[in-house]
Write a protein that binds this ligand. Structure first.
Ligand code: XMP
Length: 500
């Protein structure tokens, strides 16, 4: 029996299933897990080198995590519980994180005080410290670097008193390779490019140039300009228009219409409007869980669809509203429609272990979106909480009472934009997740699990995993057998957190 027959039988029984209900069948394999190709897509024009995307949640994805996700080959979706201007700044931090040629670097004037520069850095939330210095005639006169900030003991000094004016410059058409050679030979970390009159025309940073020349960025997810890829959540109607305008100015790669009910008039109209205003911008829409809903989004122009209504670890939508479809069935059904139109599917929420990733993809997803499984990482927003002898990080639903009371973005997601504090109907909870350390170590385990799964199924690539996967439905006894049992675990495994 193949996967199609499996789901037909379940449909005849009126049964919808989720991750814990199934396991993939093993099959003859010549695939070595480590060599499995895990490249995929988030949307029609946004490729992924690994199929895990971080959720647009205020305890998961801001610029710090998005930068690491892109460096790991994937994508982070910056949440929208902030003003459009602040969200655009977050995007800008990701896009400016590495650069080949920085064609319009942020400048400072030689007669500004260091305090003014410091305030600008804080206001723009900048992570870098290198600024070319120009005079009021617009000519390059010096450079401010991290050292100048570190060793400046008096911030009322003018930039010209602190900056270094021993400049190495190069002509404006200098290539990356020429820049690398020059910077290496002169041991300079910054190379401003100037025209014959001394006006600044661009800038190279050694670490970026070196990364490009030595190919150490080949695993990063970068756009055609060599900048890290990033996505951002938008709402509907005016919010969507305002945000998209600001995000496009920062070269956003993809926007996600992020709502709890994607098959609604406001989402469909917003999707059509954004696609007509920005035909070259990929727009992913969601969330839905029924194939007819996926079809409506595709017909309205969606470049990717997000599946998941209530599967998330912090979600209470299914409980408080009584709606929704368990995730494995939802992904399978929606993917049957989406694949006819070549539109990628993202399985959003509800994953508990790395083994759920090959299942999500095996039943038709092109990638998965995670909230809880990334919320405990060092790069996720929020401080560490110390409790019961352990370190934790906060994680909350975007529809939780806290998120909705604090942010319009959350109220919009749950269609309660005008609700007063006492009349809000939460659709999520707030809590703590164990601190997990660095994102790259966590992702290593998730990808390791995915690749193991591919090896067992005999799938050398994501399309093959989708095609070859077949399922067993398992009983509660089978599920209990799948977990460690009859043993007192004495050592926690990095990919099997025992207690939470
Ligand atoms: P996981 O299971 O990865 O789920 O933690 C993350 C996804 O859950 C969705 N989300 C919510 N759904 N109420 C809901 O019903 C909420 O408060 C809520 N907050 C987030 C969202 O799709 C996310 O990617």
């Amino acid at each position: 029996m193949g996967k199609k027959e499996f789901f037909e039988q379940m449909k005849a029984l009126g049964l919808a299933l989720t991750y814990n209900d199934v396991r993939l069948k093993t099959s003859y394999s010549s695939v070595m897990p480590d060599s499995a190709n895990i490249e995929s897509r988030f949307s029609k024009n946004i490729p992924l080198k690994m199929p895990i995307v971080s959720a647009a949640m205020d305890t998961v994805t801001e610029s710090e995590l998005a930068i690491e996700m892109a460096k790991l080959g994937s994508l982070g979706i910056i949440h929208k519980n902030m003003s459009p201007a602040d969200q655009a700044k977050q995007v800008s931090r990701v896009k400016r994180h590495l650069n080949g040629l920085i064609d319009s670097p942020l400048l400072v004037y030689d007669d500004q005080t260091m305090q003014e520069v410091l305030e600008m850095r804080e206001k723009l939330n900048l992570s870098f410290h290198t600024f070319p210095v120009i005079n009021r005639q617009g000519k390059l006169v010096g450079i401010l670097t991290e050292n100048d900030f570190d060793f400046c003991s008096n911030y009322s000094l003018h930039v010209q008193e602190v900056m270094s004016n021993q400049l190495l410059t190069a002509p404006e058409n200098t290539s990356v390779a020429e820049a690398y050679k020059l910077m290496l030979s002169r041991k300079k970390k910054v190379l401003p490019l100037v025209d014959f009159q001394g006006f600044l025309k661009g800038m190279y940073i050694f670490s970026d140039v070196k990364r490009i020349i030595t190919g150490s960025s080949s695993s990063y997810n970068v756009d055609a300009r060599g900048q890290l890829r990033v996505g951002a959540a938008i709402g509907v109607k005016n919010d969507a228009l305002e945000r998209t305008k600001a995000l496009v100015q920062e070269n956003i790669d993809v926007v996600v219409i992020d709502t709890a009910h994607g098959d609604s008039l406001a989402v469909l109209e917003t999707l059509k409007e954004i696609k007509s205003l920005y035909p070259n911008l990929d727009v992913v829409a969601g969330n839905v869980s029924e194939p007819e809903s996926a079809l409506r989004l595709i017909q309205a122009g969606a470049d990717g669809i997000k599946i998941g209504q209530g599967p998330g670890s912090i979600c209470t939508t299914r409980i408080i509203a009584g709606i929704g479809c368990p995730q494995v069935t939802a992904v399978y059904n929606c993917s049957q429609i989406a694949q006819q139109y070549n539109v990628p599917i993202c399985a959003d929420g509800g994953l508990s272990y790395s083994g759920d990733i090959p299942i999500a993809i095996g039943v038709g997803a092109d990638c998965v979106m995670m909230g809880r499984m990334l919320a405990g990482t060092k790069e996720a927003p929020g401080d560490l909480v110390f409790r019961d002898g352990r370190q934790w990080k906060s994680y909350r639903g975007m529809g939780s009472i806290g998120a909705m009371q604090e942010h319009k973005g959350s109220r919009d997601r749950y269609n309660q934009r005008d609700a007063s504090k006492d009349s809000m109907i939460p659709e999520g909870v707030e809590g703590l997740v164990p601190y997990q350390g660095e994102l790259k170590e966590v992702i290593k385990q998730y990808i390791g699990g995915l690749k193991r799964g591919m090896g067992y199924v005999g799938a050398g690539s994501i399309p093959e995993l989708k095609e070859k996967s077949d399922l067993h439905r398992i009983s509660p006894a089978g599920q209990a057998e799948s977990h460690p049992h009859n043993i007192f675990i004495t050592k926690e495994s990095p990919n099997y957190p025992g207690s939470v």
